[in-house]
Design a protein around this ligand. Structure first.
Ligand SMILES: [Zn+2]
Length: 370
């Protein structure tokens, strides 16, 4: 195992922040796994603890058939953002920006470097595109903030990987994945190993989150160079490892086992691994997810448990104004699975309280919330 540390720019004098990457194995194929880019989403960090230990053992046993890079703390900036004993790891205090948005747009950056160089051979194209991506990030002007420096550093580590796993969680949630439809046939196995209850697919979520920043450039380059053979060579997925409180040891061990079994399926680890259990979830379009908000302020009571299968019109939660006694029941607008609930029990304007994964597209444009 190699431990590599990268200094982040713009640390105030007298302080220093760095990004730690652990590299296991060797070979031409690479998986990149990072945890807790939203720094208060700690199940991923707990899973990374298991992965680090297990990957070290597998490396010692000579069982790795490629490179696995692990970043257990993807966001050292957000990890330190405590306010009155509450962790605020989603938005950068300095800029107000969501840590998982607006990564550099690699397709735009590399296209001019690839003009006239791509041809009919997919593997040659993949090699050329990856090296153009690394060069383009190297050639970017100096970072303008610590956040800017962190985002490009993360993308630089991941952009040449065959497989990228970005470990997140929701407030209260079932296990689920976000991915491109093009990658679902392969990722179905990962979802099954993780026993995910939902998979939300979209070609673009809108917002250039980390997994999109890794996977979507390959689609954009294939459109830009239609006569060249450009495969979707970076299979990237965001895994929601249930909810924020789900850091139990047993859950983390099971998630690490599932990820390692999938890496083995992908040919990156050798040996016998348990097959994925039968009956994995079906994917649904991310545009089919209902984000249910309250119509007025008040205290919230949920009327369905996480993972409930609901039908249109089923009650999801009620909100009650304790002074006026105004009471509203918010209902499912689609048939599907109640996959996530807000942690707070007080309704706020425009913020979702429950999310339902349905199979009929009901939302358009930008699909991600802030
Ligand atoms: Zn997150």
């Amino acid at each position: 195992m190699k431990h590599i540390q990268y200094l982040l720019p713009w640390s105030p004098p007298g302080t220093e922040r760095s990004l730690s990457l652990f590299r296991f194995g060797s070979g031409s194929r690479k998986a990149y796994i990072q945890a807790s880019l939203h720094a208060d989403e700690l199940p991923g960090m707990r899973v990374a603890v298991e992965l680090k230990r297990r990957l070290g053992e597998l490396e010692e046993q000579g069982r790795l058939r490629g490179v696995v890079e692990l970043v257990p703390v993807a966001n050292p900036i957000g990890l330190g953002q405590m306010i009155q004993a509450t962790h605020q790891g989603r938005f950068d205090f300095a800029s107000g920006k969501n840590f998982n948005r607006d990564f550099p747009e690699l397709a735009e950056m590399v296209a001019p470097r690839l003009e006239g160089r791509l041809g009919p051979d997919a593997s040659t194209n993949v090699r050329l595109i990856r090296s153009a991506m690394r060069e383009a990030i190297d050639a970017m002007p100096a970072a303008t903030s610590q956040l800017d420096g962190l985002l490009r550093l993360l993308l630089q580590q991941a952009c040449d990987a065959d497989l990228v796993l970005d470990l997140h969680c929701d407030f209260e949630s079932i296990m689920l994945l976000y991915a491109l439809p093009q990658h679902w046939p392969a990722l179905r196995g990962l979802a099954a190993h993780l026993q995910a209850g939902a998979a939300l697919l979209a070609e673009s979520y809108g917002g250039n989150s980390f997994d999109e920043a890794c996977s979507v450039p390959w689609l954009r380059l294939a459109e830009r160079f239609p006569t060249a053979n450009i495969p979707p060579a970076c299979m990237a997925t965001t895994i929601e490892l249930r909810g924020m409180a789900d850091t139990d040891r047993g859950q983390a061990e099971a998630s690490a086992d599932a990820i390692l079994a999938f890496l083995a399926e992908q040919g990156l680890i050798e040996g016998h691994w348990p097959a994925a259990p039968d009956g994995g979830c079906e994917a649904t379009p991310f545009s089919g997810a209902q984000y249910a908000c309250a119509p007025h302020p008040g205290v919230v009571s949920f009327l369905q448990p996480l993972g409930a299968r609901v039908r249109v019109g089923d009650p999801l939660f009620e909100v009650i104004d304790p002074l006026s006694d105004r009471q509203s029941v918010v209902r499912a607008s689609t048939d599907g699975i109640l996959y996530a609930r807000e942690r707070l029990r007080f309704a706020q304007p425009g913020l979702w309280l429950a999310k339902v994964a349905g199979s009929t597209p009901i939302r358009h444009g930008r699909l991600l919330s802030d």
